[in-house]
Design a protein around this ligand. Structure first.
Ligand code: HEM
Length: 399
């Protein structure tokens, strides 16, 4: 019998901040694909199984185009316009438009290039740990550590002056934190666009040694460059920051795993992959079928919206042993925390280097690091946020 999900959960279960909401785990138990009726009545699908999530992400018959994203699990778009993505906002486009923007960026985010940044990332990390140590406990790990490190790194890489962050950082946070009303969103989007338009003009007039300046030496228009910078900046600011804060929270809740990481820094690379799998901060994506597609024994009709749960895919018991256990020594790779297919995360090597530096540096510097409040009091982002995380993470240590 077909399993039908009629409402996606508002929040995670109390005491289980790292696990997918119960309704999603239950849907996976019924099979890798369920019927899903959106709040506006649209009869779509919810894919929770690993193999099927990957199959959809790899299939060009499923579109990422913004103008098709008119049904949403948490937002009722009925009666609203559905314009296509603005020029350059390639995460919401299909090929060939998507690859027009992605191609010139690919060489700039390679493993080799990102590894060259290691020393600088170590330096930025050490500076923030020094500042935490100097100020003494307690600290909010989000503002003292998790947010500024990836922000400085992406700003330097793109050529966005970090001292201008007042013009974009909180605005971008408001796009992704799931707590912003429509009016504020529009104001934040406009202000960020205005700032980036000025920046692109400045780079064109006076190119410096950075990714945005390099991109001005191409046939991309100012409007396209503005859209690309927005996607890069938003992705670079919010994702790794949430991984660092939520990852630290998860380590503090799993003291045996934390001790293993402290004792054996050689575990770091595997630990980062496991935290990515376990936490899946980019937890859910949507695609629209461009034609009828057979998937998992069902026919997905053209025009139907499919919700993909990356988080349950990464917790699929048919793919991962004891999927709900955080095991930093896990050898099973292949998680979909960075997605899969043509839109697979462009910044994944950067995110990996950042996390491989930051986690061991933090736990090494503060051997007595612990939560400064009971775990239940750590404020989580609401489930409707595009990127999951904590709003703040009060920590303390023996000074
Ligand atoms: C741990 C941190 C990160 C996670 C979990 C993450 C996750 C993801 C996922 C799941 C996608 C696929 C979206 C889709 O299929 O629709 C994606 C795309 C993307 N990510 Fe990341 N990301 C991270 C860090 C970064 C960083 C640091 C950058 C910096 C440049 C970045 C840039 C991008 C871009 C540009 C795309 C769009 C790629 C495309 O559409 O071709 N990400 N990311």
């Amino acid at each position: 019998m077909e399993h039908t999900v009629t409402a996606l959960p508002a929040e995670r279960r109390p005491g289980r901040p790292f696990d997918p909401p119960a309704e999603l785990i239950d849907a996976r138990r019924h099979g890798p694909i369920s019927r899903y009726v959106f709040p506006d009545g649209h009869r779509g699908w919810l894919v929770t199984g690993y193999d099927l999530v990957r199959a959809v992400l790899a299939d060009p018959r499923f579109s990422s185009r913004k103008e098709f994203m008119i049904h949403h699990p948490f937002i009722d778009y009925s009666g609203m316009e559905a314009p296509p993505a603005s020029p350059g906002e390639f995460i919401l486009m299909d090929d060939p438009q998507h690859s027009r923007y992605r191609k010139p960026l690919m060489g700039k985010f390679t493993v080799r290039r990102m590894r060259l940044l290691t020393e600088r990332i170590e330096q930025i990390t050490a500076e923030h740990l020094d500042a935490m140590e100097k100020a003494g406990p307690p600290a909010d790990l989000v503002t003292a550590f998790a947010k500024p490190i990836p922000a400085i790194v992406i700003c330097e890489l793109l050529g966005v002056p970090y001292e201008d962050r007042g013009s974009f950082q909180e605005h971008i946070d408001s796009f992704l934190n799931g707590e912003t009303d429509e009016e504020t969103l529009i104001t934040a989007y406009t202000a960020t666009q205005d700032y980036l338009a000025e920046l692109v003009a400045a780079k064109r007039a006076d190119p410096t040694d950075d990714v945005l300046s390099d991109l001005t030496d191409s046939d991309l228009t100012d409007e396209e460059l503005r859209g690309m910078s927005l996607i890069l900046l938003a992705a670079g600011l919010d994702t790794t920051a949430n991984m660092l804060a939520l990852g630290t929270f998860a380590l503090l809740r799993n003291p045996g795993q934390l001790a293993a990481l402290r004792a054996d820094p050689a575990l770091t690379d595997r630990a980062v992959e496991e935290l990515l799998r376990y936490l899946s901060v980019a937890k859910m994506f949507m695609r629209t079928a461009l034609e009828d597609v057979e998937l998992g024994g069902r026919t997905i009709e053209a025009g139907t919206t499919v919700v993909l749960s990356n988080h349950t895919a990464n917790r699929d018991p048919e793919r991962f042993t004891d999927p709900h256990v955080l095991d930093l020594r896990r050898e099973e790779g292949g998680h979909v925390a960075f997605g899969h297919g043509v839109h697979q995360c462009l910044g994944q090597q950067l995110a990996r280097v950042e996390m491989r530096v930051a986690f061991p540096a933090l736990v090494g510097r503060f051997p007595t690091l612990r939560l400064a409040v009971p775990a239940e009091e750590v404020a989580l982002r609401p489930e409707i946020a595009d990127i999951f995380g904590v709003r703040s993470l009060p920590v303390t240590w023996d000074a």
